[in-house]
Ligand binder design. Sequence first.
Ligand code: SIN
Length: 531
Amino acid sequence: MKKEEVDFLIIGSGVAGLRAAIELAPYGNVLVVTKDRPAESSTEYAQGGIAVALSDEDEVGIHFEDTLRAGDGLCREDAVKVLVEEGPERILELISWGAEFDKEGTKLDFTMEAAHSRKRVLHAHGDSTGKELERVLLNKVRSFPSVRKYPFAFTVDLIVRDGTCCGAYILKGKEIVALFAKATILATGGAGQIFSRTTNPAVTTGDGMAIAFRAGAVLEDCEFIQFHPTVLFAPSAPQFLLSEAMRGEGAILRDVSKKAFMREHHPDAELAPRDIVSRAILSQMAATKSSYVYLDLTHLDGAFIKKRFPRIYATCLQYDVNIINDLIPVCPAAHYMMGGIKTDLDGASGLMGLFAAGEVACTGVHGANRLASNSLLEGLVFGARAGRAAAAFGSVTARHGEGESGRFDGKDIIRHEPAQLALFDREEIRHALRKLMWKRVGIIRCDKSLSEAKDKLDKWDFIHNEIFMTRRDLELKNMLLVAQLVTRASLLRKGSVGAHYRSDFPDKGDNWNKHIILKKSGHEPVHDFIQ
Ligand code: SIN
């Protein structure tokens, strides 16, 4: 097996991974590994914007309170404090690197989104905020000769020796490479693809969470999946996100009989928290026996809509929906995972040498429900922190590859037998898993639906023993593991908090203010409820 050594290994090239790379660049050589092209990440597709307390009418204290309220009592306050206090500096720095946020005259233009009590959300090119961030961060990364990118390389597993993460096994083409590093940062994003309806791009298969769990790291808050209320539901159209900013600008939700219904469900109507809007849509869909409701912008100024949401306007037109004149059919979809690899405020996981930042991590900053547009900010703030912490860790650590070569043979990762399952079986399982998760572990859950999902998922346990050698198959293995962990945590939380709603336990229930952690131990993971 080929071996390589770097000082710092970053897996993932969205906002958190790139921001970490920038922080690490002065301290050694940095390799950013990504399974697709570098820009292919959830960051690239983020529309609405990035929340930051920078407007004249705002204060970090108000951003702090709004984040806590959305998190429904489960945010870790120290993490939220870091986010809102360091956020403005990270944004100003980004602007100094060339980020072009939209302006009203000479001033930054802040928009409104659900559960914010101030106009706080910066946006770029109308509805392409993530793309702008990715552009600026990739440009900045290019300016450091110490940072290299390794695209189309899938991380199979972490290398762990004597309780320390020493790098990762990477599948590059048909070959596995052992990449040794002083410190490794996981920034692989979320796991939306475990659901058949998701706003997430195809790359979000929970890889970072799965490989960290297999390596012995602790996962936390896995039951908290945020569902986005408004995702395009049109024949032959992709599951395209229709930004919450559209409701922030006055769009109205109507059922198929054209009735506006949100006021019946919450005083904040269209701008109620996402979980409430998603459940309201489901109940309206059931009442009207329809698979969708409508998002209505027809009362708003057409020229303004085209300017404010150019990408959404153009994309919907491709599928014969003119958002200026037509009611837009929408249905909720899985959007964001609040849980992930448990880390401290500097991204350190419990596993020495392993750091995590962004959606893959769980600092507790989002609690049980993320405040809209806090995730890009999280990537910037905690990506930079993880980079700094990894640099400090690296400065006192010998390069792990040295001295390892003798006893390293890679037998634990390579097997030359072909996969036991036929290709169509593997694809059938992927398809069935995604449908199962959407139907049984989706917006509304109960013991019956979750137990059924658990039993079905467990029947595919044999997949964990396959040693696959293609990205798609390895993704399936990770999706299965993350789906099992999400289902397990959802069964354990016998109560409804934030985005986790149990129809059999509509109240918060006992232990509601504790976090559920899961750790590998033999066949079944062990769990605990912690503060
Ligand atoms: C959106 O534009 O609605 C998504 C923003 C977010 O999830 O934070």
